[in-house]
Design a protein around this ligand. Structure first.
Ligand SMILES: Cc1ncc(C[n+]2csc(CCOP(=O)(O)OP(=O)(O)O)c2C)c(N)n1
Ligand code: SF4
Ligand code: SF4
Ligand code: SF4
Length: 552
């Protein structure tokens, strides 16, 4: 931090010597994780303030925060005793945390003041919201106390092991975000997905990232928002080109597969040789379950100990196994890119990779434009929207990438929008990761390029996702090949019948559509009507898919 990160952040990177980089092992382009947590920018005008009396402990604020800057913390009596005047609530659920102390704490120095948390907070129906946005003054005593409490709270041991973090939205937020405080725009629609995935799988996650906003906010050296947990585990991230991000991720997955085969071969040698019974049993258990993430997590520490013990006694096979023991836990391979990368420039590779049948998870962050370069039209841009290269409003409909992917039959596909359905987002991400084959999730992501007209702008990005689904602009569905294997319809339409009457108003709530009306008043209404027709055609396709009979 002192010798590289701080000088670079202070615009003094040009004074660093090659030897400084050699000293810190960064000459191969690798970088220490978690440096974003040291920036403590304190740049926002407003921060959320928590009123515990109205809080229902739902954790939704933490779920949707694009910057991982508000979190629930769970404390034992002893841990609470170490704080001075910390406001907490007694926990009633989940059962494993009953009687412990619950606090929602914002990091006032990392929050970007978007306001989404306060906007979506349900609070108490009678007494009001539990979060309100208040002016931020870094010198005020209450803000200093919040910042100091945050610093202490993040050091309290996580209680995530007490619950199944994948079982529901509330539990997912007891998991430490392993992606935090990125420099994405305040209220960005992309980052909540990236953060959630890091909470669920970050301890064994590998990421191949396309160039785009996600590569920039994920690794703008010296700032690294990907971080590690108290055991030192966290996502491995690398950024490839725009046009080959999926092949890059496939390479990572195949590399892992090969190394696991090597581990299995060596373990088989131990089973066939004269290892102890305990060692043999663990080695066999690992071979039988090497693609089961939870089982490998359970077996790995015990097997690692057996390997180390035998290596210490001079076993040459075990010495080799020791150099490979970081492959014992099944890794979770993610490939992340925007719509420009996925629908257009990297599409050939994406198609090749999903066709491969390999176990990879692709996350498409669909902002419907090339966001990072200022909003050029992609094949994901819907008809009627203004974007660069579509200055009069795009005249052709949006490509249905998800539907194309379903034609393989063995690819898990989902369309999600977090703000519209928290549980469906969690379910789709969980199912995609669990599917032992290719998966693709297309996630709707409001962006500054959309020009949200609602008061609060990007502070309403989650609410905008909800509106998009309710009016039929975006649809939620999952295609799960595991169901087809059971003779069930793999397609489920998860969003309700839209209220098409609101479609037009939804369009006018975003500058990318509203500006068509201003510039081309005569053609705009025709374009908007056509846009709605296209959304309806898509919806009808999904209805038909959801009604198919798969019994025979
Ligand atoms: C082959 C190639 N063309 C153009 C670029 C420049 N470029 C970098 S990021 C980007 C936009 C990315 O858009 P998208 O994939 O939609 O991701 P987003 O920024 O929206 O998350 C472009 C055009 C590039 N890096 N490589
Ligand atoms: S205001 Fe935005 S950045 Fe700050 S804690 Fe709330 S959701 Fe997160
Ligand atoms: S969203 Fe509101 S009610 Fe729910 S945990 Fe956060 S502060 Fe409490
Ligand atoms: S430009 Fe859009 S996608 Fe990129 S960080 Fe900003 S809000 Fe997020």
């Amino acid at each position: 931090m002192k010798e590289l990160v701080r000088p670079i952040n202070a615009q003094a990177g040009d004074l660093l010597k090659v030897s400084d980089f050699v000293k810190h092992n960064t000459v191969d382009g690798s970088w220490e994780v978690g440096t974003a947590a040291y920036e403590k920018r304190g740049v926002e005008a407003f921060v959320p303030a928590w009123n515990k009396d109205n809080c229902i402990q739902c954790n939704q604020c933490a779920y949707i925060c694009p910057h991982a800057a508000i979190r629930p913390f769970v404390l034992t009596d002893e841990e609470l005793a170490g704080f001075d005047g910390l406001e907490t609530l007694e926990m009633k659920a989940p059962a494993a945390m009953k009687g412990m102390h619950f606090v929602i704490e914002p990091s006032v120095l990392d929050c970007l003041g978007c306001g989404n948390c306060a906007d979506i907070c349900p609070g108490n129906p009678k007494t009001g919201k539990a979060l309100t946005m208040v002016p931020f003054n870094p010198d005020a005593a209450d803000m200093k106390k919040m910042a100091a409490d945050w610093d202490k709270l993040v050091k309290v041991p996580s209680k995530q092991h007490l619950v199944d973090i994948k079982s529901n939205v509330k539990n997912s937020q007891f998991a430490q975000p392993l992606f935090e405080f990125s420099g994405a725009c305040s209220g960005c629609g992309e980052t909540p997905y990236v953060k959630l995935i890091s909470q669920l799988f970050g301890d064994r996650q590998m990421i191949a990232n396309a160039t785009g906003c996600s590569s920039i906010y994920s690794a703008s050296i010296p700032s690294t928002p990907y971080t590690k947990n108290e055991k030192g585990q966290g996502p491995v991230f690398n950024n490839s080109l725009f046009e080959d991000f999926c092949e890059f991720g496939l390479g990572m997955a195949l590399g892992n597969k090969k190394m696991k085969e090597r581990v299995a071969k060596l373990l088989q040698e131990m089973i066939d040789g004269n290892a102890s019974d305990e060692y043999k049993a663990l080695a066999q258990e690992w071979i039988d379950n090497k693609d089961d993430a939870e089982k490998t997590k359970e077996i790995a520490p015990k097997l690692r100990a057996c390997i180390a013990e035998s290596a210490a006694k001079g076993c040459p096979v075990c010495k080799e196994l020791q150099t490979l023991d970081h492959y014992l836990v099944k890794r979770s391979q993610w490939i992340i890119g925007g719509d420009g990368a996925s629908y257009d420039i990297g599409y050939g590779g994406l198609d090749h990779v999903i066709a491969s049948g390999e176990d990879v998870n692709i996350l498409v962050l669909d902002t419907e434009v090339y966001s990072n370069t200022g909003g050029q039209a992609s094949k994901a841009t819907p008809l009627g929207a203004i974007a660069q290269f579509a200055a009069q409003g795009k005249r052709i409909r949006k490509k249905d990438l998800g539907m194309i992917a379903t034609t393989y039959g063995y690819v898990y596909v989902a369309q999600i929008a977090m703000g519209a359905d928290h549980a469906q987002t969690l379910k789709a991400i969980r199912e995609a990761e669990a599917w032992h084959g290719p998966s693709i999730i297309i996630a709707y992501a409001p962006c500054i390029n959309h020009g949200l007209k609602a008061k609060g702008g990007m502070g309403k990005s989650q609410a905008e996702e909800k509106k998009a689904v309710e009016c039929g602009y975006w649809h939620l569905w999952r295609y799960n090949p595991a169901l087809a294997e059971e003779g069930k319809n793999p397609f489920s339409l998860d969003s309700k019948e839209p209220n098409w009457e609101n479609f037009h108003d939804f369009l006018l709530g975003e500058v990318r559509y509203l500006s068509v009306k201003k510039a081309y008043p005569n053609e705009a209404e025709e374009l908007f009507a056509e846009a709605q027709k296209m959304a309806q055609i898509r919806y009808k396709t999904y209805i038909r898919k959801s009604q198919e009979n798969w019994e025979d």
